[in-house]
Design a protein around this ligand. Sequence first.
Ligand code: HEC
Ligand code: HEC
Ligand code: HEC
Ligand code: HEC
Length: 427
Amino acid sequence: MDKRVKNKEWYMWVLGLALLLVVAASLGNTIKLTLLENKKVSSIAEIQIPEVPDVKTQRAYGVVSAEEWSSYYSDIYKSYMANSGNTGHGGVRIKYTETDPDIQTLYAGMGFAFDYTEAIGHNYTLEDIAETQRPHKLANCLTCKSADMTAMVNALGTSVYSTDFETVFAAVSEPISCYNCHGNTPGTIIITHDYMAEAMKADIEAKKVSASSVSCAQCHIEYYFDPTTKATKTPYKGLTEISPDAILAFYNSTGFYDFVNPNTGVQMIKVQHPEFETYYGAGSKHKGMYTCADCHMGVAYNANGDPYANHYLSSPLDNKELLQTTCKMCHADLTSQVKAIQENTTKREKQISAMLVEINQKLAAAIEGGTLPQETIDQIKALDRDAQYYWDFVYVENSEGAHNSKLSNYCLDKAEDLAKQALALLK
Ligand code: HEC
Ligand code: HEC
Ligand code: HEC
Ligand code: HEC
């Protein structure tokens, strides 16, 4: 055999081997990709809960802090800390007292009339409360701001709510944290806030509502401070009583009020932030389908492709992964859809708040001038209280109609109708 042919054979062997290597490598990659693909989950509930490490703490009242958990749950901790980046619109927070000046009249008699700014990330709650211009006398306003406060109530009882603010504020340092939603067992949802455990325990056990959503409802709800004990309470027990009508009926039957408007003497209800009541209320499109966490947390993947619950709380509109994998099949353009709902809600809120200001001024003048019989004044006062309640139920709800546009419009219709009745009596 001549030497040239022999050489050629040698080349063929090398070429063949190289080809084999390429095929093997790409096969390996495919296998690796398939493995990553297999780790994909379709919702948070499918993520396997990791075993809880034994972590002891020396902190007062026993809250294991987020930092103490951080080395065991590094992905989750990082995503939780990302909430520190949520500082409002480029670090500038909207001042509602300026964008919606009507509230200076409607909330007169309470702190929100002169200091009411946009909500920002969970990690800021303690700085926020230290900076706010609203006066705080009692510790009950720390209810939704600190894991240490929640643990103090659980350790010492509800008398903590009526302890003076400064004493308790000096004893807390952990903002909203793992403990609020998990106790000291990360991964398992535990309702640690006493009033919410009491209100929703039966419905959670009967699987009428997911514990996951109730963990958010510990703070994202309408609550009130008991007039005698000053303890934080819910105006309802169970899902059947969370409608705006039922809550108002409860307040009206007990004569409860949060503040008195100094211009008119009307005893007003200040609604807080009824995200839970709105999303789980009548007419909600997704309440049986998604939990709060499905839309505001979602699933993320670490460098190994392992899924974890994203603890960065974002608008679903900012979560591209969620929009693409989950919402897209039914919503071609969710961003425009939400924008349209919110524009309509905001427009109606402004129209109705203008009517409420008009009632406030005319009623004050009627009382001052003695131009109307007492019976009519009392009737107008009752209409004003109820109208502002229905308006506030939507105004302070943080989704601006997106959670349940049907219920928001129902409340705005009610507010408008009651306001018209009051104005007719003031003609
Ligand atoms: C212990 C109380 C508490 C719990 C529990 C809680 N939140 Fe909040 N949340 C707050 C407070 C207070 C704010 C406003 C913070 C501020 O402005 O200082 C807030 C703000 C938010 C915001 C707005 C953040 C921004 O950047 O604008 C979102 C979204 C949110 N929460 C979602 C959730 C979800 C989802 C859950 C459940 C998984 C939850 N929250 C559980 C108290 C709580
Ligand atoms: C079907 C998806 C979905 C579910 C479920 C859901 N939300 Fe929302 N949420 C939204 C949308 C959409 C917005 C408006 C976002 C925007 O304006 O960018 C919103 C807004 C919010 C905001 C205001 C955020 C901000 O940055 O100002 C809060 C707080 C909030 N939701 C809490 C909750 C809570 C608590 C629950 C459960 C009781 C819940 N959401 C359930 C879709 C959802
Ligand atoms: C505002 C409430 C809230 C806070 C604060 C919170 N979690 Fe969660 N966590 C949840 C929810 C909701 C889920 C999802 C569970 C579900 O929907 O079934 C979850 C899931 C988890 C899981 C199981 C899923 C996974 O990815 O492994 C772990 C572990 C976990 N959280 C750890 C932590 C740690 C550690 C912290 C503090 C750094 C923390 N969580 C803070 C609400 C919270
Ligand atoms: C299986 C279909 C389906 C999926 C998936 C779906 N939606 Fe919807 N959604 C609907 C329908 C139907 C409506 C009511 C009709 C409409 O307004 O488009 C709706 C309405 C909404 C509304 C307006 C609610 C209101 O009361 O006006 C929001 C916000 C919303 N969806 C958010 C989401 C988000 C976020 C996701 C992904 C996490 C999602 N949807 C996934 C079917 C779906």
